[in-house]
Design a protein around this ligand. Structure first.
Ligand code: KG4
Ligand code: ZN
Length: 339
């Protein structure tokens, strides 16, 4: 039996999070998990403000980490490693979490494990029981929008990505144009509830092109034109949100269809959808239908593991430890805005 217990720290965007996780023979058990969202601090600006984010992380990172360790019932000495997101992300926040992790590693003599935030997302479905390698991952959030083939630990291949905005960003921009508040996705989904998704003809960029790249900037521009053109009634707003949501769902689903047709797996094919946008019911339903067309299963991790969290960072760190992939120079690792 191999067992690795790791503290994870996540501060790369607007969530300050810490978690303690134990990985025993490939099975993860979360011993504690805390996420503190900064959404209220950023709401007045309609998006995440990097300087505000960094300061807010610095204010509470130590408390969140201390609380996660306490809740796990373990002492620092009982951990096998300290993992922290070390990029990519908003650099001020990344530095706060990474330095907190390094300080604890230094004080405890445990290895520091710099984790790539995207690897955390890629492994997040494995926080729950039955998601074996390989799988196809659609990561859709405010900052990321990409298809990744996950064959094993460290075996990730990006199949396609957005060439401009991420899908979550597209939701946030429409919400801002309509004055629906931040974060935009949930507000647009609520407003879309009574709307006609066929009312407005919105573009489906790149749909006729080969490959798995995506584009959402044109969608926002088209919506902006409609909004500028005239006074929208409540029903018009509803129809616009529904049409916009349908356009995003169509783009993601058509790429998912294509990705599933080239993705090879022995046995069950799995399509995992993660990131904040995975909360959207219309998008989930549409991806579910695509998966069915290919005899595949759609896996959507619980929402708290779809969005930024520290359990996925602890898991990535623990998997690295278990595989013996420990970087001896980790303490000199520099925070990376891009990785
Ligand atoms: O993963 P996440 O919490 O943070 C990062 O961006 O990394 O994702 C947040 C994004 C925001 O853009 C938000 O508008 C979007 O996910 N989102 C949604 C929904 N809930 C959150 N988009 C569409 N429908 C939703 N229900
Ligand atoms: Zn993320």
């Amino acid at each position: 039996m191999t067992s690795h217990t790791v503290l994870g720290i996540e501060t790369s965007c607007d969530e300050t999070a810490a978690a303690v996780l134990r990985l025993v023979d490939g099975r993860a058990t979360i011993l504690s998990e805390i996420v503190r969202s900064q959404v209220e601090a950023h709401a007045p600006y309609g998006g995440v403000v990097p300087e505000i984010a960094a300061r807010a992380h610095a204010d509470i990172a130590d408390q969140i980490v201390a609380a996660a360790i306490e809740e796990s019932g373990l002492s620092l000495a009982e951990l096998d490693g300290i993992a922290a997101t070390s990029g990519p992300g908003l650099i001020g926040g990344v530095m706060v979490g990474m330095m907190t992790g390094k300080a604890l590693a230094l004080a405890s003599g445990k290895p520091f494990l710099p984790v790539n935030h995207l690897e955390g997302h890629a492994l997040s479905p494995r926080l729950a029981a039955d998601c074996a390698f390989p799988y196809l991952l659609l990561l859709v959030s405010g900052g990321h929008c990409q298809f990744i083939e996950v064959r094993g630990l460290g075996e990730y291949r990006r199949l396609g990505t957005t060439i401009d905005d991420a899908a979550g960003e597209a939701f946030d921009k429409l919400a801002k144009l309509l004055g629906l508040g931040f974060p935009g996705g949930p507000a647009v989904e609520r407003t879309a509830a009574g709307g006609d998704p066929k009312r407005y003809k919105l573009p489906r960029p790149l749909m006729d092109r080969d490959g798995l790249d995506m584009s959402f900037a044109g969608l926002k521009t088209a919506a902006a034109r409609i909004i500028e053109a005239g006074d929208l009634s409540e029903q018009d707003k509803s129809d616009l949100c529904a049409s916009y949501q349908a356009a995003i769902a169509d783009c993601l689903t058509q790429r998912a269809d294509r990705a599933l047709s080239v993705f090879e797996a022995e046995g069950e094919k799995r399509l995992v959808v993660a990131g904040g946008v995975a909360a959207n019911q219309a998008i989930r339903a549409s991806l579910d239908a695509a998966a069915s067309r290919h005899g595949a299963r759609l896996i959507a991790p619980p929402l708290r593991h779809c969005t930024d969290n520290a359990a996925m960072i602890a898991l990535a760190g623990a998997e690295h430890l278990a595989a013996g992939k420990v970087d001896v120079d980790a303490m000199s690792f520099s925070a990376r805005p891009r990785w």
